[in-house]
Structure formats: C-alpha cells, structure tokens
Design a protein around this ligand. Structure first.
Ligand SMILES: NC(=O)c1ccc[n+]([C@@H]2O[C@H](COP(=O)([O-])OP(=O)(O)OC[C@H]3O[C@@H](n4cnc5c(N)ncnc54)[C@H](O)[C@@H]3O)[C@@H](O)[C@H]2O)c1
Ligand SMILES: N[C@H](C(=O)O)[C@H](O)COP(=O)(O)O
Length: 335
C-alpha cells in the first residue's frame, strides 16, 4: 500500500461522523476504500462507532492524513459518551455529534482543513438529547461562520436547486418567504456559482409560490404583489432571471436545460425533484459561508444502518465537490 498523494499538500477535508447509529460511520470506511486517496480526508468521530473489524488509522493532526496508506480511513478521535448500536439512536451521544460538527468547522476556519463534509444527523435526536437549537447543519454552520444568511443548494449533474425558506413548517412559508429573503438568496446563489463553479452569469429560474405561479392572480397573489416587481428590479441590475415559473412544469428534462439553478420557495418544492432525479448522486452544499461545506443528500438511513448495504455514492460526490471547490478557491499551500 502507498501513502496518500504527498504532492497534494492542501489541507485535507474534515468529514464529520454524523449520527453514530446511522449509516455515516460505515459510509466513511467505504468512501476511503473506494476513493483510494484521490481526495484526502479524515474522519472525526469515535472509533468505537466504526464497523467492527474494519481498518482505520488513528491520527492526532489533520496533516497526518497524508501519512495514512490509501484506502484506509484516517481517524481524528473524538470520544463519545457511549458506543453506538446501528439503528438505535442514543440521546446520550447527541452532544458529541454537535461537538464534532463544531470541531470540524473550527479546523476548517483555522486552515487545518480545506473544507468540511458532514455525514447526516437526526435533528430531533440532537434536540431531545442536547437541546440543539438549530433545525439543521445549515443554520448551525451559519451561526458558527458568523453569517446572517446562508443558502442551501443541492446539486447533481442534471440539476441544481435552492430552497429559499429551509427547515420550517409549510404553514410558516407564506410569511417567511419575503422579498428580502428571496433577493438575498438570489444574490448569494449567483455570487457563489461564479466563485466556485465559474458560472459568471448564471441563468436562474425562480419558482412561483402558488400553483401555476398564481395564474395571473387566480390562484394566489404573491407573484403579482412582489415577486414580479422584485425580479424586474434585479433584471435591471443584470441578473438573468426566469419566472416566476409554474413549479410543476419547470423540472422536466427539456425545461432544466434552460437554467443553471432553480430557486424555489420552500424545502420540498426544491428537494423533491432533485432527490427523485438523482438520490444517489446528489450533494448538499451550503453557499454564503466563509468556508466550504458539503454533505450527501440523504439522511441517517437508520433502517439499513449496520447492514453494509448503504450506498456511498452521494458521500463520495460530496467529498469530490468539496475538494474541487477548495482547489479552485485557494492556492496550494505548498506553492
Ligand atoms: N445532511 C443531513 O444531516 C440530513 C439530510 C437528510 C435527512 N437527514 C435526517 O435523516 C433522518 C432520516 O430522514 P429520511 O428517512 O427522510 O431520509 P433518509 O435519506 O435517511 O432515508 C430515506 C430512504 O432512503 C434510504 N437511504 C438513505 N441513504 C441511503 C444510502 N446511502 N444508501 C442506500 N439507501 C439509502 C433509506 O434506507 C430510506 O429507505 C431524519 O432525521 C432527517 O432529518 C439528515
Ligand atoms: N434539508 C436537507 C435534506 O432534506 O436533504 C437536510 O435536512 C440536511 O440539512 P442540513 O444540511 O442543514 O443538515
């Protein structure tokens, strides 16, 4: 076995353990094996949570990732209160899950990691077990990054989608889907598509809130009242915006070719199409943060945890995307 590519001296990616009783630990082992060091990453978690008998190498500093033989998972130990039983979440481990996310964010913000990639968490377990005050990574990382507003984008080779409102009840969407929020979301999305993907003038499709984008006021008024005026204002400033588009007809294959990203009003309007088109290959990326964060698009999959059948494709895509973003964003530290 050879050590991981020593020529790539950029700091490695920090991969969090996520929910220890979910598929995160076994996917980390699979990704290390399948990626064979092409993207350097280390896992932060408790080695007791890894599948019994699988190889890993303990490290004490992220830079030691490069000394670990390819195919073996480098592990930066983070001791949890309890072992993990696949499929059986333990509330006592909730604080450890949160602490690992914060530790990864600290490592990336201090330059010891190039980016962070997060394995899935169960928000309710974190709330019940440790009073977690955030509905997801996205909001917690905005807090850790000191930013007021970040954007959730999910991407696969066929489609990019953004939910403007994120983890809120459907009943709260009409009040929280505001002109200010949509404008900030459009600006952050356009800026980060240019910065990280080189799409300097992104074609942005905006979904209407209502069926048929309101049908001229017959099925809702938000489009007429403020969405169309806002889009016209931003068009005058140079943004390439389509819509408000009828949400049900904007995701078929021909329609998708007309835009680089679809900005939707709420979570499921955006995430249902992408998880239907490419559940295995989708990546969740947070835009507007002062550091890079990606994640697989799936959840903890407790129903299959520990069975060895979890598909690592989305995690591998998330690690690849994080590394590509880091490579484009900053010079190689050895240069
Ligand atoms: N990034 C994150 O932290 C994140 C993302 C989505 C959901 N979640 C959380 O995950 C928990 C479970 O959510 P859910 O059940 O809606 O979605 P889920 O993605 O965990 O599971 C949905 C279905 O897909 C299957 N599946 C998921 N990932 C798979 C994989 N890698 N390989 C094979 N099959 C896979 C599961 O077995 C299940 O049948 C919730 O608590 C939710 O909040 C977390
Ligand atoms: N909304 C995401 C999804 O359904 O895939 C998921 O909950 C992850 O969100 P965070 O990255 O904020 O944890």
């Amino acid at each position: 076995m050879t050590a991981q590519q020593p020529s790539a001296k950029r700091p490695p990616i920090a991969l969090t353990c996520g929910e220890p009783a979910g598929v995160g630990p076994e996917l980390a082992i699979k990704a290390a094996h399948l990626m064979q060091g092409r993207v350097p990453f280390f896992w932060i978690g408790d080695p007791r949570h890894l599948p019994v008998g699988t190889p890993f190498a303990e490290i004490t500093d992220p830079a030691q990732t490069y000394d670990v033989p390819t195919g073996i998972l480098p592990v930066l130990c983070h001791e949890f209160v309890a072992p993990a039983e696949p499929g059986e979440a333990n509330l006592n481990n909730a604080q450890g899950v949160i602490d690992v996310i914060a530790r990864a964010a600290e490592l990336v913000q201090s330059g010891h990691a190039s980016a962070m990639c997060t394995a899935p968490i169960n928000k309710k377990i974190l709330k019940d077990g440790a009073d977690f005050a955030y509905p997801g990574h996205t909001e917690f990382l905005a807090h850790l990054g000191g930013t007021d507003h970040v954007v959730m984008m999910l991407a696969c080779p066929e489609l990019r989608v953004v939910p403007t409102t994120i983890h809120i009840a459907l009943a709260d969407v009409p009040a929280q889907f505001t002109p200010d929020l949509l404008e900030q979301t459009i600006r952050i999305t356009a800026a980060d598509l240019a910065r990280h993907w080189g799409i300097t003038a992104p074609r942005i499709a905006i979904a209407g809130l209502n069926p048929h984008a309101g049908e001229g006021g017959a099925m809702g008024h938000e489009e007429l009242d403020w969405m169309i005026p806002l889009l016209n204002k931003l068009r005058a400033q140079g943004f390439d915006l389509k819509g408000p588009m009828p949400p049900d007809t904007m995701f078929h294959s021909k329609a998708r070719k007309a835009y680089d990203v679809a900005i939707c009003a709420y979570h499921d309007q955006a995430l249902i199409p992408i998880k239907t088109i490419d559940f295995d290959g989708g990546v969740n990326v947070t835009l507007g943060l002062p550091f890079i964060r990606t994640s697989p698009d799936h959840g903890t999959a407790m129903d299959i945890a520990g069975q060895g059948i979890a598909n690592p494709t989305s995690l591998i895509a998330a690690l690849n995307m994080a590394w590509d973003m880091a490579t484009r964003s900053a010079p190689n530290i050895s240069a």
